[in-house]
Design a protein around this ligand. Structure first.
Ligand code: SAH
Length: 348
């Protein structure tokens, strides 16, 4: 069965051309699905009766099932747990900011990167998500929850640059005026720093926002926190980020999780300044969100303040990520983890 969900205009055109329906009908179908959110072919009344019938017999619109919804008490974060066609569970989060809503999309079932602070990597990676499955995460907020979407971050479970083609297809769908029509600048891709694919992305000539999970000022701390980073030297990651900036004109954000006694001391801040001395990147500090059993704790308010001041005194632009969604375990993979631990029947 042909799944209309997540397809682009040329793909729908090719599908209906096989049955000799005129091309312009493809745009109408997409308009029904993506704009009016009509998921039943028989309700697409602008299409002729025979075409509605043919679509019902030959195509589906396959949207994942929502297994659980959680809303943070402050109302700033909402999380959906979704079950895909093969039974896999994924999470998606909507964060309400002053400027609009941002959807945090998962790009893989699980994650293979092994970062010690991250809940989504505990069982490894199961498979890549398709562009259609990524698009569903955005649409379920838009349609089910009536949330207008302002921006998208590929920062949920998974490493987007190891699922390169499907992530790019998804991003292009988000940009496509017949789908979400978002500007590329409002889409952020977050990566552990898979160096060759940062160069590849830079050469695509798409002005996406790039975030790099740095989390350390040197190779030894980084290799401990992020075992997958052993493949690449931290200097090469910073160099790749600078190449991204010079080719796209988009300033890269370095994500830096602050963990007490690990990477959050004054000497770490100074070493970070020296690592980034030739970089135009911006630094986003994130006090670690403790996952059960991780035994990793955020530094005190004073330590965070001192770390930030050292960076600023060295001319860096720094932001401190506002804590969102802590009460609903919104950091990568936490809801799925809790669900799987307490509710074995949901475990894929
Ligand atoms: N693999 C990609 C995207 C997924 S992780 C990457 O590494 O960038 C994306 C972000 O999730 C990390 O940079 C970090 O900011 C956040 N994250 C994951 N676990 C976290 C935790 N326990 N506390 C705070 N942030 C966390």
């Amino acid at each position: 069965m042909f799944d209309v969900w997540g397809k682009s205009l040329p793909e729908i055109e090719a599908f209906i051309a096989d049955a000799k329906f005129p091309r312009f009908r493809a745009k109408q179908i997409l308009d029904y699905v993506y704009r009016r959110n009509t998921f039943d072919f028989s309700l697409m009344l602008q299409l002729p009766q025979n075409m509605r019938q043919w679509l019902t017999e030959n195509a589906v619109i396959c949207v994942p099932e929502v297994v659980d919804t959680m809303q943070s008490p402050s109302g700033d974060t909402m999380k959906l747990l979704l079950r895909l066609r093969d039974g896999s569970l994924i999470e998606t989060v909507c964060m309400h900011h002053d400027y609009g809503n941002s959807i945090c999309v998962s790009t893989q079932v699980g994650c293979g990167m092994g970062c010690v602070f991250c809940a989504s990597t505990k069982d490894g990676v199961k498979r890549n998500l398709t562009a259609s499955e990524m698009l569903s995460q955005v649409y379920l907020f838009k349609v089910m929850k009536g949330v207008p979407v302002h921006s998208i971050v590929l920062m949920g479970s998974g490493e987007p640059l190891t699922n390169y083609e499907e992530c790019l297809r998804f991003i292009k769908l988000c940009h496509d005026p017949s789908c979400l029509g978002l500007s590329y600048r409002s889409i952020t891709i977050s990566t552990c720093g898979t160096v060759p694919n940062i160069y590849r992305l830079a050469d695509e000539n798409i002005p996406l926002t790039l975030a790099i999970s740095l989390h350390a000022p040197n190779d030894s701390i980084r290799n401990w926190l992020m075992p997958s980073s052993r493949q690449y030297k931290i200097d090469d990651v910073v160099r790749a980020a600078e190449y991204y900036f010079t080719s796209t004109g988009r300033r890269v954000t370095f994500e830096y999780i602050l963990i007490k006694g690990m990477n959050a001391g004054k000497e770490n801040a100074l070493e970070l300044c020296s690592l980034l001395k030739n970089s135009h990147g911006h630094i986003n500090l994130i006090p670690v969100n403790g996952t059960e059993r991780s035994h990793l704790y955020p530094p005190s308010g004073n330590e965070i303040y001192t770390f930030k001041r050292i960076l600023e005194a060295n001319g860096r632009t720094v932001t401190l990520r506002r804590k969102m969604g802590e009460k609903i375990e919104a950091a990568c993979g936490q809801l799925k983890r809790r669900y799987s631990d307490t509710n074995r029947e949901y475990t894929p």
